[in-house]
Design a protein around this ligand. Sequence first.
Ligand code: FAD
Length: 425
Amino acid sequence: MDRLDLAVLGGGVAGLTAAYLLRDADLEVFDSAGYIGGRTRSLQQPDGIWLNTGAQYVSTDRIKVVELADAVGAKLLRDDNLGEYWRGLYPGDPDTRSEIESCIERISAEQMQRRPATLPELDDVAFDQWLGEVSPDTHRFFDRWCQIMNSGSSVEISLYGALWLWGDQRSTPWSDRPVSRHDRGDCVFDGGTNEFTKALARAIGDRVSLSSRVASVREADGGYTIEVLGDRGTREVWARRVISALPASVAAEVIDELPGWKQQALNAIRYGRFMTMNIVVSAKDARPTSYPLTAARSDVAYNLDAFVIRTPGNFDERGGCFHNIVGDPTARVIWDDPDHTIKTGTLRELFRHHPEYRERVVRVEVQRWPYGMPLYSVGRMKTYEQLAEPVGGIHFCGDYTWASNMEGAALSGERAARQIRGTSA
Ligand SMILES: Cc1cc2nc3c(=O)[nH]c(=O)nc-3n(C[C@H](O)[C@H](O)[C@H](O)COP(=O)(O)OP(=O)(O)OC[C@H]3O[C@@H](n4cnc5c(N)ncnc54)[C@H](O)[C@@H]3O)c2cc1C
């Protein structure tokens, strides 16, 4: 049996950050996927166009992500598109807009009143309930916004969650004090978000075992025995210490004999599914294409934001990729549909918004994320503090322990690394 000082379970931003900060240890990262980086997965074409199938933007409050990116040599590109994503959600009708504006004023007022997260009026109230009797278009605006930002509907997300998501300070629900920011503006990773996690993996000497699913973690001989299922059968590894950077429910399932309070906290995390449909289009003067359309549902919103999320640059000159994301309410309906219908529904929406691309589609991909995002769901904050509590020599990180974005994942990985260093001292 292989023996390690540290086993890191899960090779997303959280696990790779922890591994990077503890890179001097005798460690190995195990991930069930066939690629590095979890929800930062992106694909690259030979022509330089990339397809982000998961995480997209590094907004100005993502200080830790930028610090890590600089340290491992992942290049960030300025992209001001993020500020514009409202454009795709905003309704045309002026009365609805003014109703939305008045709701935004109420949200901003709540963000100025810092209070404990667990207060029932924050944590136990669905955001939709707090909005009250608003017009269907205003309801749709906020519901779609919740889906894009956190994959869930405004019925599932608490008022506290909505305060966390709204505005340009998504690292905290509060705006009563200035939020720390980096000076690069809103950014994306050059070449796709995966370039960030690949660079982290390189910086730890590629000690990442892919296609290696952790099936169980058991206490043994003053450490832990980890059962790993891989392409070539089962491998048993002993590690003195463990960092779990797995999705919450997976951690609850594979780690044996967790105390009740920890099981309860992990199982309280609810994930919303995400689906990404990437559409690559060619430059304006390229040879015309005819992408095959088949069948699609008539009552499904295959697009929420009028295709605002996309690679930077001039599509007419170089082509580019639309990163179309739908949240759990849509994913629940189309999850098991064949890909060709999902592609067809998405393309019909693209052609409705942008007929100029009708003969320029060269590639469409569909990515399903069963653990799309930890929802800021009603009641979530009750067990929040327990999520990052170590159990024996097992430490926990992942965006679900902090905030549902790359910054939350990176900060949680840093915290796990600090805990490990504290126990070694
Ligand atoms: C469509 C989409 C868009 C997003 N957009 C943004 C954005 O614009 N900006 C932003 O900051 N964030 C965004 N996010 C969120 C961001 O991607 C995540 O918060 C972050 O990447 C989570 O990192 P993590 O390490 O906590 O989890 P993950 O990346 O999910 O890592 C967990 C890892 O565990 C592995 N695993 C699971 N089960 C096992 C097992 N049994 N054994 C071994 N390994 C296992 C998985 O393969 C995975 O690699 C987006 C997410 C999605 C899905």
